[in-house]
Ligand binder design. Structure first.
Ligand code: ME8
Length: 649
């Protein structure tokens, strides 16, 4: 059995956001699950580098495009590794192997007779890398409501793909393969799009940036393949097309293509299958569109304006608010994104939502189960797992139901339902302990009954760790280690078995999985306040009235100390006139506490207080930084001496 899953390949015009992380995490979860099932998994992701918008982004920064895309691709790769994404292939569309694949694919299209030379006259949006007809524009601009940017007029000889010919075949294919396009409501959108009539699609551009058309195709001098066509072929490149036939036969067709709704209907659900039909290649088995993550109702976009939550600062926020490790914060983020909204729907990304899931589902339901049981094993059985062969039938059934629930949900990428099934099982586990009251059994001296209850509870925890492993891999490792496993080989089949924890196994050191601190902090504000220079140019315009709501004051640092357990935070005492405030500031990478006393700073005096690492913070100190360089953090300070408490306007 093989399983080939893909994410979109991302434009490298700006750094990844939690939006781009979403598709990648979803693909990683599926890949991990299928690996646990013993399947031969190919999980491919990568970067879409031949876009004009990447060149523009490089030019804006005064950089050479090739050097720029290389650097950005590396950033994406590192970001995914940091999010514990276990991809098997990372393709860059500037790679030679990809050029080979695109050219071979175009030769196949040309042979099919479905490529013809024509002239394109029309509009092009560089931001969306999409052609539009005059009547599609809105006020002369890009009709995509998320974009609305200026379009450019193009008149050039190009190759067209005879897309119009494939409408009926596509409709028939969709009809015959109900699981091909998901979710279902989007399938209907695609059907309507096709019924509305497909227009032949322009598949080349005149440019020096991109994959050159193969020289065997006549009159294609100076032409490169249109970036969307080139990008879609990446799915073949990773499967070994065209040279590695063995690999290609093994992995193609892909089992699942994952992407957001914006690139589903026009590209992945219609153009791509039609081109594959023309080239005589099998179609992917599933094409699945998820929704958009938004902030304040606006799509989170790499280069967009407004708040751009990026994974790093979001994890920092979770760590600061809860005191957990980076690994746990990451698993919390992975869990939150898949549990919070049904795959396919849009969702509002919020720090409060994430911390709510952390507290309720992770610390409470999952963490509690572990932390109730392990201390009892330590206390009543000297840390050794008791021996018994009788499973608790209800708990055993609940475990099997959870495993089957996840399996069903994974087929249609219904992650939320899959996690709900697992969480019903965790609830059953916690109820089991309440009902059986092992502490009472210990008191009454019913040793056999106590063994049975403790062993069943441990088995439930082992299975829970396995079930959550695709979504929260490092948490599963930690739970297993606390159960005393060393080098345990996980496999999905173990979710249906009972009695795998060896009797007599010595448990590990119980440590809080998802530690808790005051959850009352203003997490949304902190996500929003994560330093981010890339969005500064396109921040929304605010009125003077809105600005005046911010109470900025001159303050003087009169005390500074480290915050225990947090290397980036300092606890400052700041005098703002009549008042002294405690403020926690993430500036420890750039300042020693001793440097700060006596410094004048500018503070936001009316920020909602938040508890960070157990310290109540009553304001925010303004500082700037060069993104990614924590040593560059510099506090804002008045140019001339001003009294403490003076207003800054
Ligand atoms: O479209 N919510 O690249 P891209 C959810 N290069 N998902 C989001 C998101 C959000 N707010 N923002 C981004 C391209 N994504 C092309 C793809 S594929 C052959 C070529 C995710 O960098 C989502 O998967 O604009 C979306 O489809 C993808 O990033 C777009 O990334």
């Amino acid at each position: 059995m093989k399983f080939y899953v893909t994410t979109p390949i991302y434009y490298v015009n700006a750094e990844p956001t939690v939006g781009s992380a979403y598709s990648t995490i979803a693909a990683d979860v599926l890949a991990r699950y299928h690996r646990l099932r013993g399947e031969d998994v190919l999980f491919a992701t990568g970067t879409d580098e031949n876009a004009q918008k990447n060149v523009r982004a490089a030019e804006e920064r005064g950089l050479d495009p090739m050097a720029f895309v290389g650097e950005m691709a590396e950033q994406f790769r590192r970001e995914w590794l940091g999010l514990n994404i276990e991809f098997d292939d990372f393709v860059r569309t500037t790679e030679e192997r990809h050029h080979r694949a695109v050219q071979a694919f175009f030769e196949a299209l040309y042979k099919s007779g479905d490529l013809y030379l024509g002239k394109y006259e029309g509009w092009y949006c560089v931001s969306d890398e999409t052609f539009f007809r005059e009547e599609e524009l809105i006020d002369g601009n890009c009709p995509n409501p998320e974009c609305g940017k200026k379009v450019e007029w193009i008149a050039e000889p190009v190759y067209f793909f005879r897309f119009s010919k494939y409408g009926d075949r596509l409709l028939e294919y969709i009809e015959r393969n109900p699981g091909f396009l998901l979710p279902e409501f989007r399938r209907n959108e695609v059907v309507n799009f096709i019924r509305g009539g497909l227009r032949d699609s322009c598949v080349t551009r005149h440019s020096s940036w991109g994959v050159p058309m193969p020289s065997s195709i006549p009159d294609s001098d100076g032409m490169v393949v249109y970036v969307w066509t080139d990008a879609l072929v990446n799915y073949l490149t990773c499967a070994g097309y065209p040279d590695d036939r063995e690999r290609f036969e093994r992995y193609w067709p892909a089992d699942v293509h994952i992407m957001a709704k914006d690139i589903f209907t026009r590209f992945h659900a219609t153009l791509w299958p039609a081109m594959l039909m023309a080239a005589g290649l099998p179609l992917p088995k599933r094409v699945v569109a998820h929704g958009w993550w938004t902030v304040g109702g606006e799509k989170i976009s790499k280069s967009g304006g407004g708040v751009v939550p990026r994974p790093g600062p979001v994890l920092d926020m979770v760590m600061a608010e809860t005191g957990c490790t980076r690994e746990r914060a990451l698993d919390a983020l992975r869990y939150y994104m898949l549990r919070e909204v049904p795959f396919g729907q849009d969702g509002e990304f919020s720090g409060e939502g994430l911390l709510g899931r952390y507290a309720d589902d992770l610390a409470n339901d999952l963490g509690n189960l572990l932390h109730r049981v392990l201390p009892m094993i330590a206390r009543y059985r000297k840390g050794r797992i008791p021996k018994t062969s009788v499973p608790d039938p209800d708990l055993h059934r609940a475990a099997r139901d959870a495993a089957s629930g996840w399996e069903r949900a994974a087929k249609t990428l219904d992650f939320r339902s899959g996690l709900e099934a697992i969480w019903s099982f965790l609830a059953a586990g916690n109820r089991f302990i309440d009902r059986k009251a092992p502490w009472a059994l210990a008191k009454s001296g019913d040793e056999e009954a106590l063994d049975r209850v403790l062993y069943s509870a441990v088995e439930a925890i082992r299975i829970a760790a396995l079930l959550v492993a695709p979504v929260m891999p490092s948490t599963a490792d930690e739970i297993e280690s606390q159960l005393g496993f060393r080098d345990w080989q996980r496999s999905w089949a173990q979710a249906h078995e009972w009695g795998l924890v060896p009797a007599g196994q010595q448990i590990g050191r119980p440590t809080p999985l998802f530690p808790r601190q005051d959850q009352g902090g203003n997490a949304a504000a902190k996500v929003a306040a994560s330093p981010d220079t890339s969005r500064s140019k396109e921040m929304p315009v605010i009125s003077i009235k809105e600005f005046q709501k911010i109470d900025l004051r001159v303050g003087e640092v009169i005390g500074a100390e480290a915050v225990s357990g947090a290397d980036k935070l300092l606890k400052l005492t700041v005098s703002i006139g009549d008042e002294q405030r405690t403020m926690v500031a993430g500036i420890a990478t750039a300042y020693e506490p001793g440097d700060l006393v006596g410094k004048k700073v500018v503070v936001v005096a009316n920020l909602e207080p938040a508890t960070i690492r157990g310290v109540r913070s009553e304001g925010m100190i303004l500082a700037g930084w060069v993104e990614g360089d924590e040593k560059s953090i510099a506090m804002v300070t008045p140019d001339r001496d001003l009294p403490n408490g003076a207003r800054v306007t």
